[in-house]
Design a protein around this ligand. Structure first.
Ligand SMILES: [Zn+2]
Length: 318
C-alpha cells in the first residue's frame, strides 16, 4: 500500500467524539458530496475511491443521523478503472444538510456545500482530516521530494482550505492544475505538523523516521564533500609548492637558498603529500604552521622572480 493509502487507512480508524464526527463528515461531504435527484427524490452521494474511507463515511453517517445509508459502486470511466463508492442518502432533510455546513444558494435555491466554521479546536482539526480523506494525497517520504496536497475543482473552496491550514502556520500554497485547484505543502516539517493536526500519528512517525535518515545521509555527504574539498586544497597547495621548488632547483639550485628556506623546500620535496601540520611534525615542531607557510610564500616569490628574469617556463620547456 502506498504511503498515502496507509495514512488514509490510519485516519479512518481515528476515534472521534460526537462533535468531531460531524466536523469530519462535513469536511468529506464539502469536497466529495453531490446532491442530485432521482424520481423527484433528492439524493445525497458522498463518493470515494477508497473502500476504507467509504466504510468510514458509512459508519459516521449511521451514527450521526441514525440511518443505514445505501452504498452504490460504479467503475470509473476512462483511463483508470478504479471503483468509486458512493455512500447514498435518499431524501436527506434540509436540517441534516445544514448540520453538514451546506446552505441554500440564494439564486438557485439548491443546497450547496459550504465550509462551516467550527468553534471548537478539536472540530477544526477533524474538519481538516475530513478534507484530507476526501481530497488529500501525500508523497512517500522516501521519494524525491516532500509533498502533501488537497485538490478541489472549486476555487473558493481551495482558498478557504488554504486559509484554514495557514491558521496553523503551515505555509500552504495554492496552484491551479488542469481543472483543479491544489493546496499543497512542500516543507517536511510542515507536513509533519499537518499529519499531527489531523491525527495521523503513525504516518507522522514513519515520515519522521525517513526524514531523519535522509537528513543524516545529507549530513554525511556534506562532510565527505567538505573533507574532499580540504584534501584538494592541501594537495593543490603541495603541487604548487613542488613546482616552485623545481623551478628554484633548476634556475639557481636549492643550495643558494637561506638555511631556513632550504629546510622548507627539502621537507616538502621529501613528503609531497603531507599537509602543513605533518611537515611541521617532521621538522620536530621547530617551526609553526604559519611560520612554515611563510617560508613557502618566500619560495614562491623567489620562483616568480626567477621566471620573470628569464624565459618563462612553458610546456615542453620544463
Ligand atoms: Zn470536536
Amino acid at each position: 500500500m502506498s504511503f498515502a493509502g496507509e495514512t488514509k487507512k490510519e485516519l479512518t480508524l481515528v476515534s472521534t467524539s460526537a462533535c468531531c464526527r460531524l466536523a469530519e463528515l462535513s469536511g468529506i461531504a464539502s469536497l466529495n458530496g453531490r446532491l442530485w435527484s432521482s424520481d423527484n427524490r433528492r439524493v445525497l452521494d458522498v463518493e470515494t475511491e477508497n473502500v476504507a474511507i467509504a466504510r468510514r463515511i458509512y459508519t459516521q453517517f449511521r451514527e450521526e443521523f441514525a440511518i443505514h445509508p445505501e452504498v452504490a459502486v460504479r467503475k470509473k470511466m476512462r483511463l483508470k478503472k478504479n471503483r468509486v463508492y458512493a455512500v447514498r442518502i435518499f431524501s436527506p432533510p434540509d436540517e441534516w444538510l445544514e448540520r453538514l455546513g451546506w446552505h441554500k444558494d440564494p439564486q438557485t435555491g439548491i443546497q450547496v456545500p459550504g465550509l462551516p466554521n467550527f468553534s471548537k479546536e478539536c472540530c477544526r482539526r477533524s474538519f481538516l482530516r475530513g478534507v484530507f480523506l476526501a481530497a488529500g494525497s501525500i508523497n512517500d517520504p522516501g521519494s524525491h521530494s516532500y509533498h502533501l496536497e488537497l485538490s478541489t475543482m472549486d476555487e473558493d473552496q481551495a482558498h478557504a482550505v488554504r486559509r484554514r491550514m495557514n491558521q496553523y502556520g503551515l505555509h500552504a500554497r495554492l496552484i491551479a492544475r488542469k481543472r483543479n485547484y491544489v493546496v499543497y505543502l512542500k516543507e517536511g516539517e510542515k507536513i509533519v505538523e499537518f499529519l499531527s493536526l489531523i491525527g495521523a500519528h503513525q504516518a507522522l512517525l514513519k515520515f519522521e523516521d525517513v526524514r531523519i535518515l535522509k537528513g543524516m545521509r545529507n549530513q554525511v555527504n556534506r562532510l565527505v564533500n567538505c573533507e574532499t574539498a580540504n584534501m584538494n586544497k592541501t594537495i593543490g597547495a603541495a603541487v604548487r609548492q613542488l613546482e616552485v621548488i623545481r623551478i628554484i632547483e633548476e634556475r639557481m639550485g636549492l643550495q643558494q637558498l637561506s638555511e631556513r628556506l632550504r629546510e622548507a623546500a627539502e621537507i616538502r620535496w621529501r613528503y609531497p603529500e603531507a599537509n602543513l601540520q605533518e611537515l611541521c611534525a617532521r621538522m620536530g615542531n621547530t617551526v609553526s604552521k604559519s611560520g612554515l607557510n611563510h617560508r613557502f610564500h618566500k619560495l614562491e616569490e623567489i620562483a616568480k622572480n626567477l621566471q620573470g628574469s628569464s624565459t618563462p617556463l612553458g610546456p615542453g620547456n620544463g
